[in-house]
Design a protein around this ligand. Structure first.
Ligand SMILES: Nc1ncnc2c1ncn2[C@@H]1O[C@H](COP(=O)(O)OP(=O)(O)OP(=O)(O)O)[C@@H](O)[C@H]1O
Ligand SMILES: [Mg+2]
Length: 157
């Protein structure tokens, strides 16, 4: 399988654990999210990291949109949390991983939360399903009372 980096997260955990088949560390950036200004910072850092990896402009837009949705959900539902950006490699592909983590109320029914139009806050309910469509890989882990962690990845084509 070659070099393989994956950001593994658990709700409530403060750490991003990295597994790799060699000792090479991926580049990583952690942004605390508690205000709209932090969302802007996370978008900007994500865009610059993705541009360095070599993503085309269309993908930069998709990646920054995904970061925004995840960060806005942190503020709306958990008040605070963090976004972790990771430059990842797998065999000959390069990509970016975005991990959003919070210790908020969690999501009781994930399949409901992933449905287009489902919102507990009277919003559009397009955030999470939109993020899934924008990125190549999507994982969500949530535990009521403990928090929510979303990991998404996009590979450079
Ligand atoms: N980090 C989170 N913590 C707790 N609940 C969350 C979190 N993120 C999403 N949710 C729950 O999942 C639902 C769906 O999220 P999603 O982002 O798809 O829609 P929304 O935030 O309601 O609306 P939109 O993103 O379109 O403005 C939310 O209404 C909320 O109940
Ligand atoms: Mg949302």
């Amino acid at each position: 399988m070659g070099d393989y980096f994956v950001a593994h997260q658990e709700p409530g955990s403060r750490r991003v654990r990295k597994f790799s088949r060699d000792n090479h560390s991926p580049r990583e950036c952690v942004i605390k999210i508690e205000s709209d200004a932090d969302v802007v910072i996370a978008r900007r850092k994500g865009r610059s990291m993705a541009a360095d990896i070599g993503f085309e402009p269309r993908d930069l837009t998709r990646i920054t949109a995904a970061i925004s949705e995840l960060a806005r959900n942190i503020i709306a539902y958990a008040k605070r949390g963090e976004i972790v950006l990771l430059s990842i490699d797998q065999e000959k592909r390069q990509g970016i991983a975005v991990v959003s983590r919070d210790d908020g109320p969690g999501i009781r029914d994930l399949s409901q939360a992933m449905r287009d139009g489902f919102s507990t806050s009277g919003r559009l309910g397009l955030g999470l399903p939109g993020v899934k469509r924008l990125m190549d890989e999507f994982e969500i882990v949530s535990e009521p009372g403990r928090g929510t962690a979303v990991t998404v990845r996009k590979w450079k084509s």
